[in-house]
Write a protein that binds this ligand. Structure first.
Ligand SMILES: [Zn+2]
Length: 384
């Protein structure tokens, strides 16, 4: 490594420390990174000069008589636009450098891909001058390198050249700054960055429940994509070969038993219509109900969730399992039921230490923050 690339690596390390630990001081950065204090001071001065970070008051260390200036990122230094495509509803968020975001618009997802492009291009055009790029959260399998949606089964979108079409529609965009990934993978990126309960853990699973069921795997601290970007598609584990037909064409996939679509349909088939405009909204209605019928349907779901988790634990032996997507709204009694069932059936007692917990962000927040993180990380890698 030559001196200038070494310098850039150090700059990124310092900047990322300030992103991860808002309010950190120069001295703390030096302690945590092992970097020489004078090197840290030099980098911080430069980052301040270029407007990437700000000083934010004094931090005192009780009893030690030391003080330091708190450093935070400048929220407006790097902004990104994130389009979270949902099967029924989509939303667009303007994400800031400090991890916060502003929800700009929510709309029903046009089922025709070209109508969808038309719809979002108007929104993108009005914000593009304020952002470093675009990021898309996709409900399906994505070739993130080529910028192609390989298969979004619920929308019936196959081999859609998202990046190419956006480049044709909007002028002066850097192709590298049009990023995309599967929604569950983005949610896991956001959780592993922001969720205090799993900070520092390197192996885990994120279960993404929505109209379908997706998932993502964290392996050695990185989201694992696999050879063909399929890794983590736990919703298509077959758990009942004689079960209902799945959108993927097979029978009895896990998602035919635990997706919001499956749960809502099984309740409505037996007991009548639930309130809400989409399966996810109806699922929230069901979760908020106190009736025996509602609880019965949800407990059956919980038991199928447990079966799937046991299969997953035996394959990857993770440190944590997060209930994400709409499962973020699961009542505690269901989480406990799942945890108890799983822990009573593990292969060896050591596996009981796997953390089984709800995600820290709801579906919109996780997708937007995850989408923003991959975009901003890319920008930093390219430019800082
Ligand atoms: Zn399937």
């Amino acid at each position: 490594m030559n001196i200038s690339s070494m310098k850039r690596v150090n700059r990124r390390i310092v900047l990322n420390m300030i992103r991860k630990y808002p309010g950190i001081t120069r001295k703390e950065i030096s302690n945590l990174t092992g970097m020489d204090p004078s090197t840290v001071t030099k980098i911080v001065t430069d980052l301040l000069k270029n407007g990437f970070i700000l000083e934010n008051g004094e931090k005192s260390f009780p009893g030690r008589g030391r003080r330091g200036i708190r450093l935070v990122v400048n929220p407006n230094a790097i902004n990104g636009l994130v389009v979270a495509i949902g099967v029924q509803k989509s939303c667009v968020g303007l994400a800031k450098f400090d991890g916060s975001y502003e929800l700009i618009e929510s709309f029903e997802t046009p089922q025709n891909f070209f109508d969808f492009i038309h719809k979002i291009s108007d929104i993108i055009k009005s914000f593009i001058k304020d952002v470093v790029g675009l990021s898309f959260s996709i409900p399906g399998i994505v070739d993130m390198k080529k910028g192609i949606i390989r298969n979004a089964p619920h929308l019936k979108w196959k081999e859609m050249e998202l990046r190419k079409l956006i480049l044709e529609t909007i002028d002066n965009l850097d192709p590298e700054m049009i990023m995309m990934d599967n929604e569950a993978k983005l949610c896991l990126v956001a959780e592993s960055w922001f969720n205090e309960k799993i900070k520092g853990l390197k192996n885990g699973v994120y279960i993404y429940q929505s109209e379908g069921v997706g998932g993502a795997l964290l392996i050695n601290g990185e989201v694992y994509h696999g050879e063909d970007y399929i890794a983590g598609e736990i919703g298509h584990m077959i758990v009942d070969p004689n079960g209902k037909k799945c959108h993927c064409g097979n029978k009895g996939c896990w998602e035919t038993l635990i997706s919001t679509e499956a749960i809502v349909q099984s309740y409505e088939y037996a007991y009548g219509e639930l309130k809400g405009d989409s399966y996810n909204e109806k699922f929230l209605t069901l979760v908020s109900m106190n009736s025996k019928r509602a609880k019965g349907v949800l407990m059956r779901m919980a038991d199928y969730v447990s079966i799937g988790i046991l299969n997953i634990l035996n394959v990857i032996d993770p440190q944590f399992v997060l209930f994400g997507g709409m499962m973020y709204s699961l009542p505690d009694y269901l989480v406990e039921r799942i945890e108890n069932t799983v822990k009573s059936q593990v292969l060896i007692p050591d596996m009981m230490k796997t953390k089984i917990l709800k995600a820290s962000m709801d579906i919109d927040e996780a997708r937007i923050k995850g989408g923003a993180l991959i975009l901003i990380n890319k920008y930093i890698e390219k430019n800082i």
